[in-house]
Each structure stands twice: as structure tokens, then as C-alpha cells.
Design a protein around this ligand. Structure first.
Ligand code: ADP
Ligand code: MG
Length: 342
């Protein structure tokens, strides 16, 4: 069988099965936004890693080394945010083509340093090698959270309300605009907001910690693969369904004004666009008021977009009259199928 047939998630499932283990320190293994170790004391250590490959995750022509440096760390911080944790340390492994310009490397490290200072994460190690092909970046982040506060992907219950931070679909719209020929080396302030969102996503560490600290979320994930795909991990994966209120999906003003130049269906990117790195989480009805109150301390908006329903394992998107909408596009990115998987 080809890996194409197995797919990214099939492969991860097989790895998970054959390396299944029990360990007295291991609280969360393969399958969530981070792993968690219950080291002696009252904290869990959170560990996550992401691989960024030239030609797969980024194009050097469409990105600047500076933003690449920032993003290679921020996407990992987003996974720590999704557990409600605080990032502390990171490791950096690089595979660098022999002809890669030193100036670009400097810019890469300038971006990386800036982000690491902003979030107070310290570089503690890594590995460096020449690459015969493309640029390869792997970042591993260690974080921590009080043991009782770690928020997992599993835990949603029927009736829970679904919330999302920030706005949806901007990152992919930003990439479309970059592909249309906007120069990413222009100063950040001059780039359209959605392009900024694509190049320089803001991991929602502060919001994740506030939500987890008050014990408000029953389940949480960060949006890397698109709303429908990632919501599936909170509901379908635990045998539940979800209802999404289409008209409530938070869209940025820029998105509203420009989306129809790129897509016939105004909602498509909000439902399926990847790399928004917002937090998606479920909250019991009884705690919604408390969450609303807490959200006055967020740096971004917070929107209720739907609810968890009985175990149909399906996600239904409804319009303002509560009528199901036809969704005839596929919903998540699979690396080996190299297309959107249903
Ligand atoms: P995310 O989008 O949050 O980075 P992924 O979909 O990449 O999450 O991964 C889902 C889960 O599978 C995570 O727990 C991750 O650690 C695990 N995983 C992914 N690839 C591998 C691998 N090659 N070996 C072991 N575990 C893996
Ligand atoms: Mg994640």
C-alpha cells in the first residue's frame, strides 16, 4: 500500500498503536495538541513539536526569513496555548541547503529571537545539519501547566457551547493574496491584516491560560487544519455531533470585503481554511456567563458559534433559519493525500 492511501492520520494512528505505552509519568501521549508528563510536583510538563518544510509548509518566495523564524516557533506555542499551558523552553533543529544565504539565516534568527523574547521562551538546544535539498525547520517546545488545569481534546459533552477566539479564514485568504503578488518583505504595518495573520500568527497563550485557569473549557484545540477538521477532533473523535451557526462565524472586515474576489462561497475559507491558530473550545452552558465576563481580558474577540449535539458524529452547518446548509467541499488537509480529505 502507498502512503498516499494510508494518509497522514492513518499513519499517525498506526504509530500510536504500535508504540502504545503505559508510564507512570506520562499523562498524555500521542493524539492531543501536546504530550504531558506529570513530573514530581503539582505541574504537568507539556511537550510538542512541529516540522516546517520548504515547498510543503512555506515557499521562500512568498515568505521572508524573518516571518519564517517567528512562525516556526509561534505554531508550536499555539499547541501549548490549546492545552492552557505556559511555554518555557524550546529546541531548534535545522537542515540548511549549502547555498542558503547567510543574510536570510540572520533574518530567520531575528524573527525567532523576537518571538521568543515576547513569550519568554528560551532556546536550550537543537541540531544543525546540511540539507541536500530544501530548508527544513523543526521546533520542539516544552511548557507547563498546573496538573488539574490541562485541557484536552477529549471532554466535550452534549449541550456544551462551542466558542472560538479571533476571526476565521483570514490566514488562507492572506496566502491567496500573497500568491497574487504582494511582496512579503514590505514592512508589517503596510501589509493587509489577513496577510499579517498568515505570516505572523499570534498564539493565544494568554487566552488559553485564562480559560484553563478558571476551568471553563471541557475540551480545546488550536485551529491549524481548518474549523470543520479541527472541530471533528473535539466532537466526531469522541462520538458526538456538532451544530454550527453559519451566520455567527466571526469574519474580519477585510475578509468580508474581499472574500468574493477569491471564492464564490463566502463561508468556505472560514469553515475550512487552515493556519488560523485560534483557540476552539467547548464550554458547559452553566459557565457561559463566567466565560463572557473573563473574555474582557482577552486580546481578541470571542464568539459562540454553535453547540455539541447527540452522537451523530456529524457536523451540521445551519443558516439563520436553522436550515442545514449544503457543504460540498472537503474539510481538512491530509499531507499524503495532498488534497483535502473529507
Ligand atoms: P497538531 O496539528 O496539533 O500539530 P498533529 O495532527 O500533527 O497535531 O498530530 C496529532 C498527534 O499525533 C499529536 O499528538 C502528535 O504528537 C502525534 N504525531 C504526529 N506525527 C507523529 C509521529 N511521526 N510520531 C509520533 N507521533 C506523532
Ligand atoms: Mg494543535
Amino acid at each position: 500500500m502507498d502512503i498516499e492511501e494510508l494518509g497522514e492520520f492513518g499513519l499517525i494512528e498506526q504509530i500510536k498503536e504500535s508504540f502504545k505505552c503505559r508510564d507512570h509519568l506520562l499523562a498524555i501521549g500521542i493524539g492531543d495538541d501536546t504530550a504531558a508528563l506529570n513530573v514530581p510536583g503539582d505541574k504537568a510538563t507539556l511537550i510538542t513539536t512541529d516540522l516546517l518544510l520548504e515547498g510543503v509548509h512555506f515557499d521562500l518566495e512568498l515568505n521572508s526569513a524573518y516571518y519564517l523564524g517567528k512562525k516556526s516557533l509561534s505554531v508550536n506555542l499555539s499547541d501549548i496555548a490549546a492545552m492552557g499551558g505556559t511555554p518555557r523552553y524550546f529546541l531548534l533543529s535545522l537542515g540548511i541547503p549549502r547555498r542558503y544565504p547567510v543574510e536570510s539565516l540572520r533574518e530567520f534568527f531575528r524573527g525567532l529571537k523576537e518571538l521568543s523574547l515576547n513569550y519568554r521562551v528560551k532556546l536550550i538546544g537543537g541540531d544543525t545539519s546540511a540539507s541536500t535539498g530544501k530548508l527544513m525547520i523543526s521546533v520542539t517546545v516544552l511548557g507547563e501547566a498546573p496538573r488539574g488545569q490541562v485541557v484536552r481534546r477529549t471532554g466535550a459533552e452534549v449541550g456544551d457551547q462551542i466558542f472560538v477566539t479571533g476571526t476565521l479564514g483570514d490566514s488562507l485568504l492572506g496566502l491567496y493574496i500573497l500568491r497574487n503578488g504582494i511582496n512579503p518583505t514590505r514592512s508589517l504595518r503596510k501589509l493587509p491584516r489577513v496577510v499579517r495573520k498568515h505570516l505572523d500568527p499570534q498564539p493565544r497563550i494568554k487566552e488559553g491560560k485564562l480559560i484553563a485557569g478558571k476551568g471553563l473549557a471541557t475540551a480545546m484545540i488550536d485551529l491549524s487544519d481548518g474549523l470543520l477538521a479541527d472541530l471533528g477532533h473535539l466532537t466526531r473523535d469522541v462520538g458526538l455531533g456538532a451544530k454550527l451557526w453559519r451566520e455567527k462565524l466571526p469574519l474580519s472586515n477585510y475578509y468580508r470585503r474581499n472574500i468574493l474576489s477569491f471564492e464564490q462561497d463566502k463561508w468556505k475559507l472560514a469553515l475550512t481554511g487552515g493556519e488560523d491558530y485560534e483557540l476552539l473550545f467547548t464550554v458547559s452552558r452553566a459557565k457561559v456567563k463566567q466565560l463572557r465576563h473573563l473574555s474582557s481580558r482577552f486580546d481578541c474577540r470571542l464568539t459562540r458559534i454553535g453547540e455539541v449535539v447527540e452522537g451523530s458524529e456529524d457536523i451540521t452547518v445551519v443558516d439563520k433559519n436553522d436550515k442545514p446548509c449544503k457543504i460540498n467541499y472537503l474539510t481538512g488537509y491530509d499531507h499524503f493525500r495532498a488534497r483535502f480529505a473529507s
